[in-house]
Write a protein that binds this ligand. Structure first.
Ligand code: BGC
Length: 249
C-alpha cells in the first residue's frame, strides 16, 4: 500500500509517498521549511500543506523530533515550548482530516534502516544515530525497537546537552571543518558507546552522506557505518509506522 510519510525536523518538513511493503520512495520528496515559530498550530498547517500537495487521502505516518508517547509530546526538543504535552497525533489528524500516526523521528529512521536498509538482519544492540538540527537515537535489540532513547540529551560540559555540542547545527553555528566537528561527534559516540555497549552504530540524517569527510575522526571500538537510505530513512520509517508495522504510537 502507498502511504504518505512525513519527516518533521527543526529546519524542514519533508514528505513523499512510500511503498510500505518494500520501503521504496515512489515520488520526489516535497519539502517546506519548518515555520520559524516552531509552534504547534503553524507546523500543523504546513503538515496539511504537504498532504494537499500530494492530493493524498489515507493513513499518514509522521516522524517527529522529540519524545512521543501514545501520540503526546513528552519533551520539546528543538521546537517551541508550547509543544510540551500536546497530542500531536490528534492535532495533525484534525489539521489534515486523515488518520495520522506519530513516532519519534530517529525511531522512524531506524525502523526503515533495520527493515529495508543496511541494518536488515542485524542482531544484538544497534544504535541508529541521526545527525541534524539535534542528535536523534533509535535503539534496536535483535531488530526490535526500544522507543524514545534520547542519547542526544546526555549533559556535556557547559552545554546543557551533547547535541548542542556535536549536532550538525552546532557544526554550522561554530563554523567548524568536518575534521574539527568529527572530533566532537566522536566524543558523543564515546559516551553513547560507554552507556549502551552497542554491537553496531548506523548513522543517518543529512550529515551521514558526508561520512567520508569525518570518518578518520571516529575512533570508537564499535563499528560505525552510514545508512545508505540517507536522509530518506525518516520518511520511509514514518510511512511504515502508519500501517502499524512499526510500534504503535
Ligand atoms: C530530540 C530527539 C530527536 C532528535 C532529532 C532531539 O533534540 O530530543 O527526540 O530525535 O532531536 O530530531
Amino acid at each position: 500500500m502507498d502511504v504518505l510519510g512525513i519527516d518533521i525536523g527543526g529546519t524542514g518538513m519533508k514528505g513523499a509517498l512510500v511503498n510500505s511493503l518494500t520501503g521504496e520512495i515512489l515520488t520526489k520528496r516535497f519539502r517546506i521549511p519548518t515555520p520559524k515559530s516552531r509552534k504547534p498550530k503553524d507546523m500543523a498547517k504546513v503538515l496539511n500543506d504537504i498532504v494537499e500537495y500530494f492530493n493524498y487521502k489515507g493513513p499518514v505516518g509522521v516522524g517527529f523530533p522529540t519524545i512521543i508517547k501514545h501520540g503526546v509530546c513528552m519533551a520539546t526538543g528543538n521546537l517551541h515550548k508550547d509543544w510540551l504535552g500536546v497530542n500531536a497525533k490528534e492535532l495533525f489528524s484534525e489539521a489534515s482530516g486523515l488518520p495520522v500516526t506519530v513516532i519519534n523521528d530517529a525511531d522512524a529512521a531506524g525502523y526503515a534502516v533495520m527493515n529495508y536498509g543496511i541494518g536488515k538482519g542485524e542482531q544484538g544492540l544497534v544504535l541508529m544515530i541521526t545527525i541534524g538540527t539535534g542528535i536523534g537515537s533509535g535503539v534496536f535489540l535483535n531488530g526490535e525497537l526500544l522507543p524514545n532513547f534520547e542519547l542526544g540529551q546526555i549533559p556535556y560540559k557547559n552545554y546543557k546537552k551533547i547535541e548542542a555540542y556535536a549536532s550538525n547545527s552546532a557544526r554550522k553555528r561554530d563554523n567548524l571543518s568536518y575534521k574539527a566537528w568529527g572530533k566532537r561527534f566522536n566524543k558523543f559516540l564515546e559516551l553513547a558507546e560507554i552507556i549502551t555497549c552497542p554491537d553496531l552504530i548506523i548513522l543517518g540524517g543529512g550529515s551521514s552522506k558526508d561520512f567520508d569527510k569525518y570518518r578518520k575522526q571516529i575512533k570508537i571500538q564499535t563499528p560505525v557505518i552510514p545508512a545508505e537510505l540517507g536522509n530518506h530513512a525518516g520518511i520511509v520509517g514514518a510511512a511504515a509506522a502508519a500501517l502499524h508495522e512499526a510500534p504503535k504510537d
